[in-house]
Design a protein around this ligand. Structure first.
Ligand SMILES: NC(=O)c1ccc[n+]([C@@H]2O[C@H](COP(=O)([O-])OP(=O)(O)OC[C@H]3O[C@@H](n4cnc5c(N)ncnc54)[C@H](OP(=O)(O)O)[C@@H]3O)[C@@H](O)[C@H]2O)c1
Length: 177
């Protein structure tokens, strides 16, 4: 299993504001997120799941982390299951059991709390970071990437609608295909 963060982050490291994305609108990044995660397992915090406004994203398996999993019972379509678990470790274990059907690459899609914990626990293999070269107001942040652990392996710069870069980081100590 490859555990990959996928995140869009402003120059001042904001990723969220009042439960939604900060005030950027970058259709190419939305498309990148859709194309990259389609057909895969996505692990997320309860607040990120709620930011989808009660909808599961099509053709993805959702694992939602909450301290109160028994509180939730989501009626998801068969093609986009939603399960609730009580820890990041449980989420990863569950994702690992699904790789035959949903692929080796499992995405951690946020938010701030879940990104932070998975970096602190040293569980992340790869990071797709959309680095926006402008600051935005917000209340949720992405940690700075430790370049002793991760190396930048790919970069594509884009100018419109605002300047940003698609960056790929990989763990230095793990061989990924
Ligand atoms: N820019 C991006 O790429 C991006 C991506 C994703 C999200 N976001 C933004 O980020 C914001 C949400 O992030 P957030 O940090 O506020 O919340 P979050 O990480 O999405 O969810 C936090 C919730 O996850 C659960 N949780 C966290 N750690 C846990 C643990 N160890 N054990 C059990 N449950 C745990 C708790 O749920 P309970 O309270 O239910 O216990 C907690 O309230 C939103 O604004 C969203 O739009 C941005």
């Amino acid at each position: 299993m490859i555990l990959t963060h996928i995140v869009a982050c402003a120059q001042n490291r904001t990723i969220g504001s009042h439960g939604t994305l900060p005030a950027w609108n970058i259709p190419e990044d939305m498309k990148f997120f859709r194309d990259t995660t389609k057909g895969h397992v996505m692990i997320m915090g309860r607040k990120t799941f709620e930011s989808f406004n009660g909808r599961a994203l099509p053709q993805r398996y959702h694992i939602v982390i909450t301290r109160y999993p028994s509180k939730y019972n989501f009626n998801a379509p068969e093609s986009s299951p939603v399960v609730f678990v009580s820890s990041l470790q449980e989420a990863i274990q569950h994702a690992d059991s699904l790789t035959k059907t949903w692929g080796e690459e499992v995405f951690i899609i946020g938010g701030g709390e879940i990104y932070k914990q998975s970096l602190e626990l040293d569980l992340t293999d790869k990071i797709y970071l959309t680095q926006i070269h402008q600051s935005f107001e917000g209340d949720t942040f992405y940690p700075s990437i430790n370049e002793n652990i991760f190396e930048l392996t790919d970069r594509r710069d884009v100018e419109n609608p605002i300047p940003f870069s698609f960056l790929t980081y990989k763990r230095k100590d793990k061989e990924l295909e």
